[in-house]
Design a protein around this ligand. Sequence first.
Ligand code: FES
Length: 220
Amino acid sequence: MNSDPPSKEPLVHDDSKEAPARRHFLKGAVGISAGISLLLAGTIDKIFLFFFGPRLSQKQETEVMQERLERLKSTIGIRQLELERGQSDYILVAPLSELDKTTGKYFVDYQMRPAMAFLGKDGLPTLISAKCTHLGCTVGNQCNAQGKILCPCHVSYFDVTTGQPDPGAPAKTPLPHLGWVIKDKSGKVVASRLTSGQTTGDTKAGALEGASVYIAKKEA
Ligand code: FES
């Protein structure tokens, strides 16, 4: 009968078995890293292009900057107009002497819509919306021989005096007229017209000398 105690494995750590495994692991890691690097090198410029667009020449960059600057100026101009309209009870359209019977003077109304000022047949201002009642294009400011202005978008003619579109035009409703106020040189209101067309005040030529035309925030 064998009474020897069971043999035990030596407790000594054997590095020689782990070293090849570690080497394999390191090789694998290096290989994967190299693969990822190559992949990124091939796609990084595409990612850059996707997010930032193609690289621009100096001339193109200057053009883009100028375009942005113009947009910024335009936005500032619009904000200034809005601010002015919010703060002022009257907005200057033009000196009365600058109004013309056939060429409208554009301005922006209190609702930030385009409008035009003509000199009417009565020698007083005729203010009319320049926002086409068809699809909202800005109507041209030149009157033709029949006293009509043209919206060029889909060819609608409007009579300046009545605002009515030509029969058969794409626009079916008239351009509305706007009220106005005339102030003399000292800034005193001497005459006004409501949107309804009712005119009050002193409209004699003498009283209107050196006067200017305004739109008012509220009709009196
Ligand atoms: S938008 Fe003026 S005719 Fe169409």
